[in-house]
Design a protein. Structure first.
Length: 202
């Protein structure tokens, strides 16, 4: 049986653990694994782009839905202006009282915060990693389960093992989970850096 759907993943977890008595909890273990996945995984399947329009009169704008981390961000002006990140603590040190074109941003909760109020409406280009739709009975698969099934499997097995107080099993599965996460992240980094790609002349 493959690990290609939510139902098949739950069945595989029950079969591998020999704990059919935990069938009712398999969905919970998968949900907990997804929290770990979104914390650690950064792969091309999670890459997204969005345009956020600033509004005059406010230093705050909503971040794109599902944003996990920003890859790059710039004002789509001529020439384009790359925005520089400041931590929530640092952004206060570059506050400007006068309106103008923002240069710095921070992220607080679900909002971008700029160092100054924009003096016009600007299109903010955001490239980021986003959280994919969670697996469920109605959303039976996603790109992570399709391309990296072992990440889901070992991630869920970590939480199953913790549930039954099998610390050795949890440590074993956590090591496998971390290794698959690191390998997947490395593959995306290689692609973005052009490592291993062959470019042929036209």
């Amino acid at each position: 049986m493959g690990l290609d759907t939510y139902a098949n993943l739950k069945t595989a977890l029950a079969n591998h653990s020999h704990r059919a008595d935990l069938t009712a909890y398999m969905g919970d273990f998968i949900t907990l694994a997804e929290q770990d996945i979104w914390d650690d995984l950064r792969v091309k399947e999670m890459a997204a782009r969005a345009t956020v329009s600033t509004s005059s009169g406010t230093r705050y704008e909503n971040t794109p839905t599902g944003l996990l981390s920003v890859r790059r961000i710039y004002l789509n002006t001529s020439p384009i202006q790359h925005m520089q990140y400041q931590s929530p603590e640092q952004i206060t040190s570059v506050y400007q009282n006068s309106a103008g074109k923002p240069k710095y941003y921070s992220i607080i909760g679900g909002e971008f915060e700029f160092e100054r109020v924009p003096d016009a409406t600007y299109d903010l280009y955001v490239a980021y990693y986003k959280k994919l739709t969670a697996l469920s009975d109605s959303n039976t698969s996603n790109a992570i389960l399709t391309n990296y099934p072992a990440i889901y499997f070992y991630g869920a097995m970590v939480h199953l093992s913790l549930h039954i107080q099998d610390d050795n099993g949890a440590a074993k599965y956590k090591a496998a989970f971390d290794a698959y996460i690191a390998n997947a992240n490395s593959q995306t980094k290689d692609i973005e850096l052009g490592n291993g790609l062959m470019v042929r002349a036209a």
